[in-house]
Design a protein around this ligand. Structure first.
Ligand code: NAD
Length: 474
């Protein structure tokens, strides 16, 4: 049922376990699932070498051939979705239905980039002397993809599918907490005909691996999804080699709940969005700014709904919210809650660890949270919502933008005037109006400010793995 992870280098699975203390743990039970393979420096070098050796043939393959491999892989991912989802739930904790949804959405990403592979073309511009000026799009080279543990399949899939579609070869480093879905997707790609070496998977000590990758002249581009702190460190390491970077970092999404909506409707949408994946989503709606005319009704209904969320093991079909993936997230949510209450916030739901094995924390709602409480600027990345009243839109926008992050922002309103103004003035990369869906295969996704730079998904997603060459034919 749970396949122990391995490294994948040049098409061959390798298991190099260093110490008994490196293990993968089920966050719903605290039980060990498997030992974690630890790539040595030689393993990482071999993975880079394999990707480099595979690059000439893969990059010169006809785009339609690359597309066929990606499309076959998408079909295999769908075929194996139940097994892959079970491994994902065991490692990450999310409800099985959410895990299955993530796997199926990842298959869509492979289908999207299979189509986009055929559109990696440039243009011809008439030259001044009857000649032609040609713009070519070429794959950037070997790509290192580093993905996180909250959506291990989707975040790995977006990087790998786009890079392979563009003609790049890849070294993937999934998060050590959740390697099974990325490895299963790599297997689907190989079973779909991807040549050995075109995709390699390494795991181990993340700082050692990324330091080695950043120092390698053979790696042309790095795409990272994770925390702003790690992103900054990677950008620093990338500077000497001038590596191209895509950075999908943290977020702290505001939600503006305007005076023209039914507070019960707004609270129901908000609570469903907040507790998905136990709030461990970079686009998770966290800071709710609610017009004072509907404030108390919104707070009461949000709190009531938070208390009804069924928390449990993701394998239990009744579970709506699973555990947090890491014990350190439980500590962070507990600390931020306590600090906010000490600043004068009103705890209206949850606020405590749940007394059972695993990393469980209650769905938590804080009202009247003052701007200086840490949770208003530090991303909780857990099942914690803050609610603050506002009197007018200018005040709400100023509060919404008063964080270093700029990933997603949302509004609940039926007013076109409000929604246009909010879409214009929220300093974020993604805006949702009456929806909390922030990403899909065909749309671009990326942040501003401390949330990073570069875009994944959509037609822009392919572009970030291509370089533009100008050929002047006179
Ligand atoms: P963290 O900073 O401790 O990061 C741990 C994760 O990052 C591990 O999975 C590890 O593999 C990876 N990592 C750590 N050091 C690395 C390095 N030097 N090189 C490459 N990878 C490295 O954070 P955390 O407690 O696991 O997660 C919480 C924070 O992470 C959140 O606040 C959130 O901002 C961020 N996060 C963001 C996303 C996203 O989708 N943008 C996803 C997951 C986590």
């Amino acid at each position: 049922m749970y396949a122990a992870p391995t490294l994948l280098i040049n098409g061959i699975a390798r298991s190099t376990f260093e110490t008994a203390s490196n293990v993968i743990v089920n966050p719903a039970t605290g039980q060990e699932l498997a030992p974690l393979p630890i790539a040595s420096a030689e393993d990482v070098a071999a993975a880079i070498e394999a990707a480099d050796a595979a690059f000439p043939a893969w990059s010169r393959k006809a785009p339609v051939e690359r597309a066929r491999v990606l499309r076959r892989a998408a079909d295999l991912i769908r075929l194996r979705a139940d097994d892959i989802a079970t491994g994902l739930t065991l490692e990450n904790g999310k409800p099985l239905a959410e895990a299955r949804g993530e796997i199926l959405a990842t298959a869509e990403v492979f289908d999207w980039f299979a189509d986009e592979a055929r559109r990696a073309y440039g243009r011809i511009i008439p030259g001044p002397h009857d000649g032609r000026m040609v713009v070519l799009k070429e794959p950037v080279g070997v790509v290192a993809a580093m993905s996180p543990w909250n959506f291990p399949a989707m975040t790995s899939g977006k990087k790998v599918a786009a890079a392979l579609a563009a003609g790049c070869t890849v070294v993937l480093k999934p998060a050590e907490e959740t390697p099974s879905a990325p490895l299963a997707i790599a297997q689907c790609l190989h079973d779909a005909g991807l040549p050995a070496g075109a995709l390699n998977v390494v795991l181990g000590r993340p700082a050692d691996i990324s330091t080695q990758i950043m120092a390698s002249p053979k790696v042309a581009k790095v795409s990272f999804t994770g925390s702003t702190a790690v992103g900054r460190e990677l950008a620093r390491l990338a500077a000497p080699g001038l590596k191209r970077l895509t950075m999908e970092l943290g977020g702290h999404a505001p939600v503006l709940v305007m005076d023209d909506v039914d507070p019960a409707w707004a609270a129901a949408r908000s609570a469903t969005a907040k507790f998905r994946n136990a709030g461990q989503v970079c686009t998770s709606a966290t800071r709710f700014f609610v017009h004072q005319s509907i404030y108390e009704a919104f707070v009461n209904e949000f709190a009531r709904l938070a208390k009804t969320v069924q928390v449990g093991d993701g394998l239990d079909p009744a579970t709506v919210m699973g555990p947090l993936t890491n014990a350190r997230r439980v500590d962070a949510v507990e600390r931020l809650t306590a600090e906010a209450v000490s600043c004068g916030a009103r705890l209206v739901a949850g606020g405590k660890r749940i007394d059972r094995p695993g990393n469980f924390f209650e769905p938590t709602v804080l009202a009247d949270v003052p701007a200086h409480a840490k949770v208003m600027s530090e991303e909780p990345f857990g099942p914690l919502a803050t609610i603050t009243p506002f009197a007018d839109l200018d005040e709400a926008l100023a509060a919404a933008n008063a964080v270093p992050f700029g990933l997603a922002g949302y509004a609940l309103t039926h007013s076109t005037a409000y929604s246009r103004r909010i879409a214009r003035d929220l300093k974020v990369g993604v805006v949702g109006i009456n929806t909390f869906v922030a990403s899909s295969a065909e749309t671009p996704f990326g942040g501003v400010k401390d949330s990073g730079y570069g875009v994944e998904g959509g037609i822009e997603g392919l572009d970030s793995y291509l370089v533009t060459k100008f050929v002047n034919e006179g």
